[in-house]
Design a protein around this ligand. Structure first.
Ligand SMILES: C[S@@+](CC[C@H](N)C(=O)[O-])C[C@H]1O[C@@H](n2cnc3c(N)ncnc32)[C@H](O)[C@@H]1O
Length: 434
């Protein structure tokens, strides 16, 4: 399948250019063909030209390089070293950062995040003073590094203009630099409630609509590029023409309407088409596939949602995969997804909170996964004792890293490997009873 081939091409490219120890640290949710890797020497942002990786961007990676060179004195913006383009690949090399704690999903919540907010305001003020507006201060573009500082990324919506214009755009999201602002500081404020605040928000929204009407629409450089316009068209036709891709599109649509707690929340690119979701699937799969061997194994995925793990495990050589979930509608999406990925996975409806003896139905598996599941199940002890009966387990919980490790040990797993943080910023574990 095209998807498998594309993943192999990415692996080859990354190994050739960055070496075997390059670690994937970020994938753009709007296109998995735009990724950030970390090596001991550098942070490298790589983009493969596909319709999905270009759509919606204001700046090319080369523009971004030039803008970031201009910002070399700003603490909080990783310094750039070089820009390279080679065929359909382009990449930007940056100075290495102290290890990022991750893109903190708690950002924007009250109290503990006021310091985060203030730190971002300070970095933004430095940018604005230099006549640069970031234009997209989404939390995914903000990271706190282990040294305690804030780092700001994602300059694909950045614009150069007079400092006051930049401040208005970054503060209020107004298109004062000739471009729309996506996420502004006021979107990122600590959450405040109250009638007066709601009133101010409504006034601001109204004013923003009026100001936007005054500014003529500017074409982004990407859409003016004939290469881009052509490939965008090709991708749409391809979706209609390719039965596997249209089945995947149907899977994503069914998933997005599901009552499951997290319908269609993974994003993924195939053949230049973005199947949208809240979180990039590759960031999760990359942690797992590099350290877990699925070859020839019988895998059971508890709370499988759209079944992406089972599907990928099957593509990675698992002998048999079964995904179970309480919601039938998400299982329809999962079956469509398996068909779209041209692989065979079985899906079954099952409620792990029900008193029925579901354990008896689920026998003979080498590996069981309980990823982000236990939080939703009533009798956690029962699931833990089920996991304890298996040789190998993949686990991600809502508890702290230490607690998760303790729970795995208590269940009898002696060999525990931390696979790293998932795209949810929780710890992923592989545990076995060896
Ligand atoms: C947060 S999602 C995690 C999905 C997937 N394991 C992952 O990590 O991406 C939790 C999943 O568990 C399923 N679930 C919740 N309660 C369940 C239950 N009692 N029995 C079976 N599945 C359940 C939900 O439908 C949902 O698909």
């Amino acid at each position: 399948m095209k998807y498998v081939q594309e993943q192999e091409e990415w692996d080859r490219f990354v190994a050739d250019q960055l070496g075997a120890d390059a670690e994937l640290v970020r994938v753009s949710p709007s296109s998995s063909d735009c990724r950030v890797y970390r090596t001991p020497e550098a942070i490298v942002m790589i983009r493969r030209f596909t319709p999905a990786s270009i759509r919606g961007r204001n700046n090319s990676l080369e523009d971004e390089y030039l803008i970031r060179q201009h910002l070399s004195s700003v603490t909080g913006v990783p310094a750039v070293r070089s820009y390279t383009r080679m065929g359909e690949w382009e990449w930007l090399e940056m100075e290495p950062l102290p290890e990022l704690c991750g893109y903190d999903p708690s950002f924007g919540k009250p109290l503990e995040t006021f310091k985060d907010f203030w730190d971002v305001v300070q970095v933004t003020m430095q940018l604005n003073r230099l006549g640069c507006s970031h234009g997209n201060l989404h939390w995914q573009h903000i990271g706190r590094n282990v040294a305690g500082g804030i780092s700001v990324f994602g300059f694909d919506h950045a614009a150069l203009a007079a400092p006051w214009r930049c401040t208005l755009r970054d503060l209020l999201g107004w298109p004062t630099c000739g471009r729309r602002g996506t996420f502004s500081l006021l979107n990122r404020r600590p959450r405040l409630r109250g009638r007066a605040i709601d009133f101010v928000r409504r006034v601001k929204a109204r004013l923003t609509r009026e100001v936007r009407k005054l500014v003529p629409k500017t074409e982004s450089p990407s859409t003016q590029d004939p290469h881009v316009a052509k490939s965008t068209f090709v991708s749409c036709t391809r979706l209609r023409a390719d039965p596997a891709l249209s089945t995947l599109a149907e899977a994503w649509t069914v998933g997005s309407y599901s009552t499951a707690s997290a319908g269609s929340y993974y994003s993924l690119d195939i053949a230049g088409i973005n199947f949208p979701g809240e979180r990039p699937w590759l960031l999760r799969w990359d942690r797992i596939r590099k350290q877990v061997d699925f070859k020839g194994k019988r895998l059971l995925e508890l709370g499988c949602n759209m079944g992406l793990l089972s599907i990928h495990a099957k593509l990675a050589g698992a002998a048999y995969c079964l995904g179970v979930d309480v919601h039938t509608d998400i299982l329809s999406a999962a079956s469509l997804a398996a068909r779209g990925f041209e692989t065979e996975v079985e899906f079954r409806q099952l409620n792990l909170s029900s008193p029925s003896p579901w354990e008896q139905e689920l026998r003979g598996f080498d590996m069981v996964t309980a990823l982000s599941l236990l939080n939703w199940v009533r009798n956690k002890e029962r699931v833990w004792s089920f996991l304890a009966r298996h040789q190998e387990v993949l686990y991600e919980g809502h508890e702290s890293e230490q607690e998760a490790e303790r729970n795995l040990r208590q269940a009898g797993f002696t060999h525990i490997i931390r696979l790293g943080r998932s795209e949810r910023h929780r710890h992923l574990f592989y545990a076995s009873q060896r």
